[in-house]
Design a protein around this ligand. Structure first.
Ligand SMILES: Cc1cc2nc3c(=O)[nH]c(=O)nc-3n(C[C@H](O)[C@H](O)[C@H](O)COP(=O)(O)O)c2cc1C
Length: 353
C-alpha cells in the first residue's frame, strides 16, 4: 500500500504514539535477516555513484537519518534496511530521564511541519550502549553515529563532564559522535554554543575521545536561530579545537502564534541551507558539513549538497512522505548525476555555494 493512503490512519493517532508504533514495527521487521532483506528489496536504492567519503568514513549514499527518530537505538537494523547511508542514534543522555510532560509532539499538516517539546527523553547511556553494540552486525554498510546531550538537571557549568562521560561510555560503539548543544527544549542548552562554554567543553570531550575512542570523528550540531556572527563564533572554536565537522541544523525555536517547541520540516529548509552555504563559504569547503532541515524531496536534498554539505539527514520528511522517501532521494540523486554527466555525488557538493 502506498504511504499516502496509509497516512490518514497514522495521523489519527497522536504523533508520539504513531511514532512509537512505527518504531516497534521497524524493530520487528529489522530483527531478522529475512525481514531486513525484505525491507531492503522494498525500499533501498544503491548506486556506486552515491558512495562518498566524508570525515574519513565511507558512506554508501549521502542520505542519513537525523537524530531524535531512534533516540534509544531500538530499531537501527530496520532503519538501515530502508536504505539510509547513515543513522544517528540519540540524543542519549548520561542518566535516564523522562523528558517534558506529554503531549509534546504536534503536527502542522498545512506546512508538513512538526513542533516538538520532547526535552530529551532518554533511556540513558547504560541502556543504549548494548543496543548500539548489538545493532552493528545488522546495519549492512550504513554508518552509525551517536548524538549526545546533557541531562536536564546538569547545570551548564558541569555540562562538559556529562558530555565527556558520554563519550567515554558510548564513543567506541559508534562510527562518529555528535555533540548536541542546539535543541531548543532543554533550558540553557543552546548557551553552550557560546565560546565561553563551547571551547572548554569541546576540549574536554576531545581529550576523552582521544583516550577512549581514538580517531572517532566528533561533530557539533548547531541551531538555526544563531545569527551568522554567532555561527562564525562556533566555527572559529570548531576549527581551533579541531572537530571533524558540523551538522546544520537542529530545529528552529517556534514563536507565537505557533506553540512553543522546536519547528522542523519545510519551514526550516531555507534557513538551514543558508547556514550550510555560509559555513561552506567561510571554510572554502575545508570543514565537512552535514545538512539537515526540511528535506522532503530530492530538490531539497540537492539544494543542500550544492550549498556545500557532504551528507544530508532527515526526520520530518519521513513522517510526511513515508519510508520510500529514502530510496526516492537516492534514486533521484543518481539520475540527476547521470543527467548532468557527473560520475560521483561529491562533484555536486558546494557546486552552488
Ligand atoms: C520529534 C523530533 C525529535 C527530535 N529529537 C532530536 C534529538 O533528540 N536530538 C537532535 O539532535 N535533534 C533532534 N531533532 C532534530 C532533527 O534531528 C533535525 O535536526 C530537525 O528535525 C530538522 O530536520 P527535518 O526538517 O528533516 O526534521 C528532533 C526532531 C524531531 C521532529
Amino acid at each position: 500500500m502506498r504511504y499516502h493512503a496509509l497516512r490518514p490512519l497514522l495521523f489519527r493517532l497522536d504523533p508520539e504514539s504513531a511514532h512509537h508504533r512505527t518504531l516497534q514495527l521497524l524493530a520487528l521487521a529489522g530483527f531478522s535477516g529475512v525481514g531486513r532483506a525484505l525491507l531492503r528489496r522494498l525500499f533501498a536504492y544503491a548506486d556506486p555513484c552515491l558512495e562518498t567519503e566524508v570525515f574519513g568514513l565511507r558512506f554508501p549514499n549521502p542520505v542519513g537519518l537525523a537524530a531524535g527518530y531512534d533516540k534509544d537505538g531500538v530499531a537501527l537494523g530496520g532503519l538501515a534496511a530502508l536504505g539510509f547511508g547513515h543513522l544517528e542514534a540519540g540524543t542519549v543522555t548520561l542518566a535516564p530521564q523522562p523528558g517534558n510532560p506529554k503531549p509534546r509532539v504536534f503536527r502542522e499538516p498545512e506546512s508538513s511541519a512538526l513542533i516538538n517539546s520532547l526535552g530529551f527523553p532518554s533511556q540513558g547511556a547504560a541502556a543504549v550502549l548494548p543496543r548500539l553494540q548489538a545493532a552493528r552486525p545488522t546495519l549492512g554498510r550504513a554508518v552509525l553515529g551517536v548524538n549526545l546531550g546533557k541531562n536536564k538537571t546538569t547545570p551548564l557549568e558541569q555540562a562538559a563532564a556529562d558530555y565527556a562521560q558520554l563519550v567515554q561510555r558510548l564513543g567506541l560503539a559508534a562510527d562518529y559522535i555528535t555533540i548536541n548543544i542546539s535543541s531548543p527544549n532543554t533550558a540553557g542548552l543552546r548557551d553552550l554554543q557560546h565560546r565561553v562554554y563551547l571551547e572548554p567543553l569541546l576540549r574536554a570531550v576531545l581529550a576523552e575521545r582521544d583516550a577512549h575512542a581514538p580517531g572517532c570523528p566528533l561533530l557539533v550540531k548547531i541551531a538555526p536561530d544563531l545569527t551568522l556572527a554567532e555561527v562564525d563564533e562556533v566555527l572559529d572554536v570548531a576549527l581551533a579545537v579541531g572537530v571533524a565537522g558540523l551538522i546544520a541544523t537542529n530545529s528552529l525555536q517556534s514563536l507565537p502564534p505557533r506553540r512553543p517547541g522546536g519547528l522542523t520540516g519545510p519551514p526550516l529548509r531555507a534557513r538551514s541551507t543558508e547556514i550550510v552555504r555560509h559555513l561552506y563559504r567561510q571554510t572554502q569547503g575545508r570543514l565537512p558539513l552535514i545538512a539537515v532541515g526540511g528535506i522532503h524531496d530530492s530538490a531539497a536534498a540537492l539544494e543542500k549538497l550544492q550549498a556545500g554539505a557532504g551528507l544530508v539527514q532527515l526526520y520530518t520528511g519521513l513522517i510526511y512522505e513515508g519510508p520510500a522517501l529514502v530510496g526516492r532521494l537516492n534514486r533521484d540523486l543518481a539520475a540527476w548525476l547521470k543527467q548532468q554527466g557527473l560520475t560521483h555525488i561529491s562533484q555536486a557538493v558546494g557546486a552552488a555555494a
